[in-house]
Write a protein that binds this ligand. Structure first.
Ligand code: NAP
Length: 290
């Protein structure tokens, strides 16, 4: 029997998840379908009822519903409780189970490059929703965290959440500092760079041993990552996090191992097409302005 999955969010037209999951179904010959639904915040409860009534086996949840959906579910996994947010729902024996794969997806994306987490130092720039999932997952791996955010109170709150879970974390000023000299993993989690903006400060002087990640994947290389590369650091963009959160959601729903390579290729293909379309639009706009 065909299984049905989806992603809900608002807006949702730019989601790369449908093609990534569908490529996985094709690779394993599964009878499954994955759709995207634009759900306005005021219609979230009806949408959840509708997905259940229509027999969906599960769905992904993206902005702005990751927190508001919690009250509409029956149980949460430890990962969803820890993050205080849900990005994956599974229907099992009529129960709506909320899960979160963002933090562990990030861990999977960097573990090959970082080669061990315990006792190493991570600095996070930003303290929003994505930072929270990442920070709690890295703390669980035994990393020492230093969190810097433009709004300091939010960094302080995240530090307290990590400490409540038994992790080690401090908050600092959103600026370059002594941390540059001994950071093992630097993660840029703010939305700065999504539209080509420069990051507010340079990472000049950073340890060349550091792995630097920007969780933005479009553009492929933000000004922040270019800066880190110029300082001699290894760099990664956010595509690996997107891939692995999707692969972990797949495994939560279907069991077994997700076909990660096929899912990666589907993501890369879509992103290249999107970058080429965006480039043509920009060129057209440039010509019409000029
Ligand atoms: N690769 C992936 O799979 C993945 C997954 C999730 C999100 N993301 C990306 O992660 C980014 C953040 O998403 P989110 O859900 O965490 O958003 P969010 O909850 O709205 O948090 C936004 C963060 O960016 C900071 N920020 C925004 N504008 C800033 C500026 N001009 N200067 C300095 N800091 C600024 C905010 O600081 P304040 O607290 O001071 O406002 C906050 O820390 C987005 O670019 C999103 O596309 C990627």
């Amino acid at each position: 029997m065909e299984k049905h999955y989806a992603v809900i969010g608002h807006p949702i037209e730019h989601s790369l998840s449908p093609e990534m999951h569908k490529a996985g179904y094709v690779a394993l010959g599964l009878d499954a379908e994955y759709q995207r639904f634009d759900v306005e915040p005021s219609h979230l409860a009806e949408a959840v009822e509708g997905l259940c009534a229509l027999g969906f086996s599960g769905w992904n949840v993206t902005l702005p519903h990751k927190e508001n959906i919690i009250s509409l579910l029956d149980t949460l996994t430890p990962q969803a409780k820890r993050a205080g947010a849900v990005n994956t729902v599974k229907i099992q024996a009529g129960q709506r189970i909320g899960h979160n794969t963002d933090g562990d997806g990030f861990v999977c994306a960097v573990e090959g490059e970082l080669k061990g987490f315990k006792g190493k130092k991570a600095v996070l720039l930003g303290a929003g929703g994505a930072a929270k999932g990442i920070a709690l997952a890295l703390a669980e791996q035994g990393m020492q965290l230093h969190i810097l955010n433009r709004t300091p109170e939010k960094a302080e709150r995240l530090v307290q959440a990590i400490q409540r879970e038994g992790g080690t974390a401090t908050a600092g000023v959103f600026a370059p500092g002594v941390w540059l000299g001994d950071v093992d993993l630097l993660v840029q989690t703010t939305s700065v760079g999504l539209h080509g903006e420069r990051f507010p400060f340079s990472v000049q002087g950073i340890s060349e041993q550091a792995l630097v990640v920007d969780i933005i994947f479009n553009p492929r290389e933000t000004a922040f990552l270019q800066d880190a590369k110029q300082q001699g650091c290894r760099t990664l963009n956010g595509l690996g996090m997107l891939l692995h959160q999707g692969a972990l959601a797949w495994e939560f729903w279907l069991g077994g191992q997700a076909p990660v390579e096929e899912m990666r290729q589907a993501l890369q293909k879509q992103l290249s097409q999107r970058l080429s379309t965006d480039g043509k639009k920009e060129a057209r706009n440039g010509r019409s302005k000029g």
